[in-house]
Ligand binder design. Structure first.
Ligand SMILES: [Zn+2]
Length: 355
């Protein structure tokens, strides 16, 4: 599916191939998408999703729009979240996930009509360049001022997709957006999930928007939630908590997050880090390399698989029933692998120095 396709029912149902929650166990045939026909594979019997991990019901159009505080609203399709601020001078939209797509426009129209304010979108803020949060940006065209980190602009330029117009207004470290008497503070505090992922603070709304690091009530998906900078990812929640806020608009899964959600996420990651350190120290690599003979990579695989298994198994057990989808083992295993590698390669030592 390319980015010029109109929003279809399969988007609204979260059924497009890029939807992050449509995971499948290893060894299963993936769903085939052929016109309107979708073949659903049988899924394993996973643990029930804790009710607390789920958000409000969606309307018939497939979205929910809710007030965060005053004139700040959030919109979800149950998997992806975005937000908008209504002001006397126009509407500011924050992210435009393609899965929400045209429903973002509907949500803005619905709230603007209910409150008797303009529905004219004047500003669009990008949290980061990833298409799954920006791919519907071109739905807001015309006089819209797009704002993003300078690296977001560079990466969007590189990826050259007309569905994601470049931000005209960019910043390196901080940017204060003032519209209709409201203030929004944008800040970049280093790479984490992506090189350009920013913190969006609403000081007048007791809210932070920070995407793709904490999934409210759910485990991160594969490989540290598909993050590029593991150390940056691990440190980001503490930066988020250093802001004053009560409501967190995180990128995913259909409800707002609390400070407690961030703390549980931090504990999950800290437990993985501690477990990975323990496993790295406890598993002696020598026998694996001896057994592998001249196939050094076979030794690497056997050693690292053993370390990962030892480190991840107790985390899966501890968080099943606490964080939704913790029993989808690939998520915790691949995240553990990434953190274990980062401990070796970023923090070191990667191994003993040969005498
Ligand atoms: Zn992302």
């Amino acid at each position: 599916m390319n980015h010029h396709d109109p929003v279809t029912a399969s988007h609204l149902a979260g059924g497009e191939p890029g939807s992050v929650v449509k995971v499948r166990p290893l060894g299963h045939v993936p769903p085939r998408f052929q016109g309107e026909t979708v073949t659903s594979p049988a899924l394993p019997d996973y643990a029930p999703i804790p009710r607390s991990a789920l958000g409000p019901a969606l309307n018939d159009q497939g979205y929910y729009v809710g007030r965060v505080e005053r004139n700040l609203y959030w919109v979800t399709d149950g998997v992806y979240n975005s937000a908008f601020l209504t002001t006397d001078d126009g509407v500011v939209v924050f992210d435009a996930p393609p899965s929400i797509g045209g429903n973002l426009r509907r949500a803005v129209d619905e709230i603007a009509a209910a409150n008797g304010v303009t529905n004219r979108v004047t500003h669009l803020v990008y949290s980061h360049h990833h298409d799954d949060h920006t791919g519907a940006a071109s739905l807001f065209s015309g006089d819209v001022v797009r704002i993003g980190h300078e690296e977001t602009r560079r990466l969007l330029q590189r990826d050259d997709n007309p569905a994601r117009p470049l931000p005209e207004v960019t910043f390196a470290d901080r940017y204060t957006l003032e519209v209709g008497g409201e203030r929004v503070e944008l800040a970049w505090h280093g790479p984490n999930h992506s090189p350009d992922n920013i913190y969006i603070h609403f000081p007048g709304h007791d809210t932070l928007m920070f995407i793709d690091v904490v999934n409210a009530g759910w485990v991160p998906i594969y490989n540290v939630n598909l993050s590029e900078d593991v150390i940056g990812y691990m440190g980001a929640p503490a930066i988020a908590l250093s802001y004053p806020w009560t409501h967190l608009i995180s990128g995913h899964l259909g409800r707002l997050a609390t400070r407690d959600d961030v703390a549980v996420h931090q504990q999950y990651i800290a437990d993985i880090e501690a477990s990975a350190k323990e496993a790295l120290a406890a598993v002696n690599p020598v026998p694996f390399y001896m057994a592998a003979g001249e196939n050094a990579w076979a030794g690497v695989k056997a050693h690292l698989d053993t370390v990962t298994e030892r480190a991840a198994a107790p985390i899966v057990a501890k968080y099943t029933g606490v964080l939704a989808a913790a029993d989808i083992e690939e998520f915790t295993y691949t995240t553990t692998f990434q953190i274990m590698q980062s401990l070796r390669l970023d923090r070191g030592p990667s191994g003993p120095v040969h005498p």
